[in-house]
Design a protein around this ligand. Structure first.
Ligand code: URA
Length: 277
């Protein structure tokens, strides 16, 4: 096989795997049943697994290894967030914050906090900045962001959104942010919500939906449904809708119809007088 054909095959396989992973598939079944008992007779004895490092321990070499480090970073983020009396003060506080390990992992050159209308009725929350966002200092300005903008424009929402992410620094290799990184950034995100006071949240992708709603299901099961988001102190409640991430839609254009339906459902509710879920 030629090198070009091999590269194409690899890209197709990668795209398909990403599709299934985004859909929440975490196991693969074979067409033929496997007799594990029979197979086990010839398998080497199972050795005890090496102890798995707790999440906190892998979160940041710079921050140290313990849950205490994460708790301290969260506490500091809470303090800084609470002290910020406006969005610009909050942006400055985030830019100066050194408690998120992502800041020191080599991919981020700056904090990327938000773009859009500070009084927007709709807050869109993505996963985390990529290379384009890091270069520009604004969320969702790359290919996925352009698709998001086209969808928002088609739904008449262009000037009615503020866009942000669950984390404010670019993860290396554009990997998904860890729950620890999201937890450390959460007080700032929550302060953005308090300062903007949107009417509802649109959660783009599984990493955003799971972290903000504290749910375990895959995005294909969460999307298009209404959830109630509540602030940590219980003072604020908002309707939140998970939808498919625009980067996923670029890889799987056939899924655009579902994301579009989600956006229409959300827009319809945004424009109707307040009604409970
Ligand atoms: N993907 C995201 O989740 N956020 C961005 O800002 C860009 C791409």
């Amino acid at each position: 096989m030629s090198a070009a054909a091999e590269a194409t095959n690899a890209a197709v396989a990668e795209s398909l795997l990403a599709f299934w992973a985004d859909a929440g598939v975490d196991a693969m079944l074979l067409d033929e049943a496997v007799d594990r008992i029979e197979a086990g007779k010839v398998m080497p004895p199972v050795r005890p697994a090496a102890p798995v490092a707790p999440l906190a321990a892998v979160a940041s070499p710079r921050l140290g290894a313990g849950q205490a480090d994460i708790s301290a970073a969260v506490a500091q983020a809470q303090q800084l967030a609470a002290a910020a009396q406006g969005l610009e003060a909050l942006v400055a506080a985030i830019a100066a914050f050194e408690g998120c390990p992502l800041r020191f992992e080599g991919a981020a050159t700056k904090a990327v906090v938000y773009r859009g209308d500070p009084k927007a009725p709709l807050l869109v929350i993505g996963e985390g900045p990529g290379a384009d966002e890091d270069a520009r200092g604004e969320p969702f300005v790359g290919r996925a962001g352009k698709l998001l903008d086209r969808m928002l424009a088609a739904a008449g929402l262009t000037d009615r959104v503020l866009i942000t992410n669950t984390v404010f620094w670019r993860p290396p290799g554009n990997r998904t942010p860890t729950p620890a990184e999201q937890a450390i950034c959460a007080p700032f995100l929550e302060r953005i919500i308090q300062l903007v006071q949107p009417k509802m949240l649109l959660l783009a992708g599984g990493a955003s939906a799971k972290s903000i709603l504290k749910r375990e299901e895959g995005i294909l099961s969460l999307r298009g449904r209404w959830f109630e988001w509540r602030s940590a102190d219980g003072s604020l409640e908002l309707p939140a809708m998970p939808t498919l991430h625009p980067a996923f839609l670029l890889r799987q254009p056939a899924a655009k119809k579902r994301a579009w339906n989600d956006l229409l459902t959300l827009t319809e509710r945004l424009d109707r007088p307040d009604r409970p879920l």
